[in-house]
Design a protein around this ligand. Structure first.
Ligand SMILES: CCCCCCCCCC(=O)SCCNC(=O)CCNC(=O)[C@H](O)C(C)(C)COP(=O)(O)OP(=O)(O)OC[C@H]1O[C@@H](n2cnc3c(N)ncnc32)[C@H](O)[C@@H]1OP(=O)(O)O
Length: 203
């Protein structure tokens, strides 16, 4: 259960998992992230690669075909880093109010392009923090309509960076947001985003 419901989307359902289920599922997602990183960093022998592949396949088999997406936990544990969804880098959202949000993320070599973070991994973090900001504090459900990224400097891996986001203006169903990723006060990447509140809530 979240320590601070202000950080959660207006529609977050916290009853989808018991505390024990949350803990065990989070441990599973952590292990998955560790495996992604270990594979990325490794240069295994042929036999070690085959053995590791067999172990990962065994884990996938153990988890089976899964449940309908309306029942899955990945992406719906709102107060966990990256919502317990291994697609997104593990973003910790520390604060959200009606107009701004603040968080932290550490990218790893799994997210790297050539030495610095892959240009396609950065929008995942912007979409995540601006998506949270666009839908928290009583706001209705909204979808990302447009993102523009400016890559000012390479983002290092294995280094915690700060992420800030704010609502610049609202025009009817349209929310114009901006966000930046910073290290020691220097802006490394900037993002401008448009979220549109949808007419009918699909949830
Ligand atoms: C969730 C909580 C935390 C989670 C964090 C993760 C968040 C992840 C959020 C996402 O990634 S959502 C998934 C990615 N986005 C999508 O899949 C959206 C796909 N597009 C759509 O569903 C629709 O195009 C959309 C809802 C965005 C808009 O459709 P509508 O039919 O409601 O809007 P409409 O076409 O009537 O346009 C409304 C206004 O927005 C403007 N607009 C729409 N799309 C635009 C666009 N792409 N660029 C600029 N303006 C745009 C449009 O011009 C118009 O402006 P005006 O009112 O001034 O005339």
């Amino acid at each position: 259960m979240s320590a601070d419901s202000r950080l959660l989307p207006s529609y977050a359902d916290l009853s989808i998992a018991s505390p024990a289920e949350r803990r065990s599922f989070n441990a599973l997602v952590d292990a998955l992230r560790d495996a992604q990183e270990a594979v990325t960093r490794s240069r295994p022998s042929e036999s070690a690669a085959r053995r590791a592949a067999a172990l990962l396949s065994e884990a996938a088999e153990l988890l089976g075909e899964g449940v309908p997406d309306s029942e899955q936990l990945a992406g719906r544990l709102w107060d966990e880093p990256g919502r317990a969804q291994a697609l997104a880098p593990p973003l910790y959202i520390d604060d959200v109010d009606g107009t701004s949000a603040r968080g932290r993320v550490t990218f790893s070599r799994f997210h790297a392009g050539v030495r610095t973070v892959h240009g396609g991994a950065l929008p995942l973090v912007f979409d995540e923090i601006m998506g949270r900001l666009a839908t928290t504090s009583g706001k209705p459900f909204a979808r990302t309509a447009h993102l523009t990224i400016d890559y000012r400097a390479g983002v290092p891996v294995d280094t915690e960076v700060e992420v800030f986001a704010r609502v610049k203006r609202v025009e009817g169903r349209k929310l114009f947001l901006s966000s930046e990723l910073c290290l020691d006060g220097t802006v490394l990447t900037e993002c401008q985003g448009l979220w549109v509140q949808i007419r009918e809530d699909p949830r």
